[in-house]
Design a protein around this ligand. Structure first.
Ligand code: 2BA
Length: 109
C-alpha cells in the first residue's frame, strides 16, 4: 500500500476530489498553506493499493493546472532591505506537488 500526498491549488481541489471519489479512491482533503507564497492551497492524502498508484497519479495530473501567479512586492519595512524587489514578480505554481510514501500498516478500528 502507498500514501499519495498531493499539494494542489484550491481552484483544482473540488474537481480533483470528485474525480478521485468517482474512481473509488479514498481521499482526505486538508486546508494547507504554502511556505513561499504564504497563501492557501489544498493537500490530499490518498491511501491506495500499489497497483492503483499510477492511475491515481494520472487523475491528479489531468485535473491540476499549472498557473502563473503574481507575487506582490513586500515592504522593505517588513524584511531584509537587501532582498527588496519593488515590482510584482510572476511565478509558475502547480499543477501539483506529489509525494508517494510506502505504508507499513493501514488499520481501521
Ligand atoms: P508555496 O511554497 O507557496 O510555493 C508556491 C510556488 O512558489 C511554487 O510552486 C514555486 O513555483 C515557487 N517557489 C517556492 N519556493 C520557492 C523558492 N524558494 N524560490 C523560488 N520560487 C519558489 P510549486 O513548486 O508548484 O509548489 C506549490 C506548493 O506545493 C508550494 O506552495 C508548497 O505548499 C508545496 N510544495 C512544493 N514543493 C514542496 C516540497 N518539496 N515540500 C513540501 N511542500 C512543497
Amino acid at each position: 500500500m502507498k500514501m499519495i500526498i498531493a499539494i494542489v491549488q484550491d481552484k483544482d481541489s473540488n474537481g480533483l476530489l470528485s474525480k478521485l471519489v468517482d474512481n473509488n479512491y479514498r481521499a482526505t482533503k486538508l486546508a494547507s498553506t504554502g511556505g513561499f507564497l504564504k497563501s492557501g492551497n489544498t493537500t490530499f492524502m490518498i491511501g491506495t493499493e500499489d497497483e492503483r498508484v499510477d492511475h491515481a497519479l494520472k487523475i491528479i495530473k489531468d485535473n491540476c493546472e499549472s498557473r502563473q501567479q503574481l507575487i506582490a512586492p513586500v515592504s522593505p519595512m517588513s524584511g531584509n532591505a537587501d532582498s527588496y524587489v519593488p515590482y510584482p514578480v510572476e511565478i509558475q505554481v502547480g499543477g501539483a506537488a506529489v509525494f508517494v510514501l510506502p505504508i507499513e500498516q493501514f488499520l481501521q478500528f
